[in-house]
Design a protein around this ligand. Structure first.
Ligand SMILES: [Zn+2]
Length: 130
């Protein structure tokens, strides 16, 4: 399953970021998924829940934002972000300016870890304890 290996590498990444920032527990994970990836957000969420067991991200809430692809027109050079089509068919990959369908996909296949939120591990720094 595609989502499972993605989830595993995301958790690895989250653990690293959490460690770098001294977080003892991650509460929120924000992801951005390009529309052109064949990732099912619901499956990805499920996989993340499974993979995050016994990690700092165990109790985190996962937010997934889908982003429309960015195309560059070979005709007029326009770079534009396409909106998600309401129709089932998805996107029409043509330039919104000149209508050319000679377009290149610039963005849309990525899966990004945008940010995480968590709580810092509490150090015992209270001088009254000494
Ligand atoms: Zn164009």
């Amino acid at each position: 399953m595609h989502e499972l290996s993605l989830a595993a590498s995301l958790i690895e990444c989250i653990e690293k970021v959490a460690k770098e920032n001294g977080l003892s527990s991650v509460k929120e994970v924000h992801l951005e998924v390009g529309e052109m990836t064949h990732v099912d957000p619901r499956q990805l969420k499920f996989c993340l829940k499974v993979v995050s067991q016994n990690t700092v991200a165990e109790e985190s809430r996962i937010y997934i934002k889908r982003k429309g692809p960015v195309i560059r027109c070979k005709g007029c050079g326009l770079v534009s972000r396409l909106k998600r089509s309401k129709e089932l068919a998805g996107f029409s990959m043509s330039c919104p300016s000149c209508g050319s369908d000679e377009v290149e996909l610039e963005e849309g296949r990525e899966l990004l870890l945008k940010r995480i939120k968590g709580v810092k591990s509490r150090k015992v720094e209270d001088p009254s304890l000494h």
